[in-house]
Design a binder for this molecule. Structure first.
Ligand code: SF4
Length: 67
């Protein structure tokens, strides 16, 4: 799973961080970022919860299929 935050859409609501602080970090302005876009399997559900919590739909999740 690859997770990215569209910083152009992020409005700093911090909902993603509240839902999944392990995945979504906040900068000094309260805008979200991910330290690593490659999210390990044990955090997939958290990442999806964080993305669903974002009112701006600023979080993009790409499911990767394994060969
Ligand atoms: S919930 Fe959305 S708008 Fe708010 S900080 Fe997270 S990514 Fe940004």
């Amino acid at each position: 799973m690859k997770v990215t935050v569209n910083r152009n859409h992020c409005q700093g609501h911090t909902m993603c961080n509240m839902a999944a602080s392990e995945v979504f970090k906040l900068d000094e302005d309260g805008n979200a970022y991910v330290e690593s876009s490659e999210v390990p399997a044990e955090l997939h559900a958290k990442a999806q919860a964080g993305a669903a919590a974002c009112p701006e739909r600023a979080i993009v999740i790409e499911e990767q299929t394994r060969p």
